[in-house]
Structure formats: C-alpha cells, structure tokens
Ligand binder design. Structure first.
Ligand code: SAM
Length: 274
C-alpha cells in the first residue's frame, strides 16, 4: 500500500500540541515523511529522533532539518533497527505496521506519552469497550499496558493522496492503576488463547482453548470450576473485561504453580496475529 502524507498544517500542529512538548522532551517520530509533524516538534523539543525508511525522504528531511542541532534523522526500518530512548512518541504511523510498531514502542521505548495517528478502524479497536464489535485481543493487549484516549478525528481529505478511510489520533499513556496480573506471561497466554474465539460463549471458548493445550476432560473441568465465578460474568469472550481477565489469569497462575495446569505460553512480547 502506498503511503499517504498529512497535507494540513493545522492538523499537524494540533497533533503536536496534544503531546505538549517542552524543552526537556526527547521525542521519537516514526516515519517522518516530508516533515509536516517534525517541523512542529523541533520547535519545542530538546531532541527529536526521526526514523524514516525511504532514502529519498531521508534526503528531503535532511535538507529541511539538517541545520538544526536538536534533530537526528535515522534511515532504517523502524521495526528492525534499535529504537532511541524517548519520553514522548509522536507519529503518523505507517498503516501497514501499526500493530507491530505499537507493540514494539510499548515494549522497548519507555515513553510517558505517545500521540499516534492510526486508521480510524484501528484506533477504534484500541478504544473499544467490552461487548462492542471492535473489542478484540488487540484492545486487551494494548489496554493492559496503556490508557488510551481519543484526541482527534482526521478526515481522509486532509491527506495526500486522499486515502479510502479516515484517521484518528489517540494518546497512549502507561496505565498506572490496577489490576495487574501476578504473572504477565500467563495473562497474555490466556488472552491469546480465548480471543481466538471472540464470539463463542465464554465457557465454550475456554473448553476449546484448554483442549487445544491437550488437557484431559477432567483437568479441563477442574480449571473451569476454579474460574467458575469469573466465567459467569461474561456471556461471550468479547464481553470479558480487563479486570475479569486479570482475575482469571491469577487463578490460572495458581493452578500452574500447583502443577494442575501446564504453562504452555511464551514470553509476553508476541506481537503478530492480532
Ligand atoms: N509523518 C508524515 C506525515 O504525517 O505526512 C509521513 C507519514 S506516512 C503515513 C508514513 C511514513 O513512514 C512514510 O514517510 C514512509 O516512508 C515511512 N515508513 C513506512 N514504513 C516504515 C518503516 N518500516 N520504518 C520507518 N519508516 C517507515
């Protein structure tokens, strides 16, 4: 898919304003393009790192900002190269890497605020409430780590070339308030497992997931019995709130520690397939 570039300076300024940049901020921008956001970032930030994959655009950015000593233009694939430390991230993210890049930022950059533009449909999934059509594994995985807030709707006409869909700017801030799972790996294992069946009844989805782990029928019954009260709280998987999922993950973790349930999940950082 070709890139689309923001073509409205007011929208660019609004995005940067939402990040409330000051002279102590070190800002990371993924995909600088022609610099429409960079232009506003460099005015206030202590330092701006811009990662851009296109050689041509790196040349254009260097011509435009090369004489400023608070900007570093880095040519490379933002999914692959080491990411600089920054306390803020401001980007109109390349749409084809939205999911993977978001998880990489969350995992590897210790930011306290990110202001990110996504395709509207993707942003709605980040903002979704339990029970809604957009509520999914992506929602839960991101919201386990981040508070997500709607900032600005940006119509397709504000871009060049005009894309087929509108965009949305959101703020991500590390979630401070609980609950947090006793074991994060178990939490993500559970979410990955049951959100494979978002529309199934919760009990059915749990059975299917536990069966896929090669658990015997009576072991499955034991796990379901231990989680019974929480499973009752949501008719279908897509009704399961973050709080309920954390409670279930804590029960599963106890079962793992007791040796009743084998832990077959990986490390938390899996980012694909959401
Ligand atoms: N910030 C500019 C704007 O708002 O107009 C450009 C945004 S455009 C949606 C995305 C930019 O990301 C393009 O300049 C594109 O070349 C760059 N890009 C695409 N994939 C990338 C990657 N994997 N790593 C770094 N930059 C990438």
């Amino acid at each position: 898919m070709g890139q689309t570039f923001l073509a409205d300076a007011t929208v660019a300024r609004n995005i940067v304003e939402a990040a409330d940049i000051n002279e102590r901020d070190v800002v990371l921008e993924i995909g600088g393009g022609l610099g429409i956001l960079t232009r506003w970032l460099v005015r206030s930030a202590k330092r701006v790192f811009v990662i851009e994959i296109s050689r041509q655009l790196v040349r254009a950015l260097t011509e435009r900002f090369g004489n400023r000593d608070n900007v570093q233009i880095i040519r490379g694939d933002a999914l692959r190269i080491p990411l600089p430390r920054a306390n803020k991230v401001v980007s109109n993210l390349p749409y084809h890497i939205s999911s993977e890049m978001t998880f990489r930022l969350i995992r590897e950059v210790p930011f306290r605020l990110a202001v990110l533009m996504y395709q509207e449909e993707f942003a709605e999934r980040l903002l979704a409430d339990p029970g809604s059509r957009e509520y999914s594994r992506l929602t839960v995985d991101v919201r386990y780590k981040m508070e997500v807030e709607r900032v600005l709707h940006v119509p397709a006409e504000k871009f060049y070339p005009v894309p087929a869909v509108d965009s949305m700017v959101v703020k991500l801030q590390p979630r401070q308030r609980g609950p947090f799972a006793k074991n994060e790996d178990v939490f993500y294992w559970l979410v990955r497992g049951v959100f494979a069946y978002p529309n199934k009844t919760t009990r059915k989805a749990f059975r299917l997931w536990l069966k896929s782990l090669n658990l015997e029928g009576d072991s499955i019954d034991r796990v379901l019995a231990a989680c019974h009260d929480h499973l009752e709280q949501a008719e279908r998987v897509r009704h399961l709130s973050l709080e309920t999922l954390v409670s279930i993950a804590d029960i599963l973790w106890e079962l793992v520690e007791q040796g009743t349930l084998p832990f077959l999940g990986g490390k938390t950082s899996e980012t694909r397939g959401r």
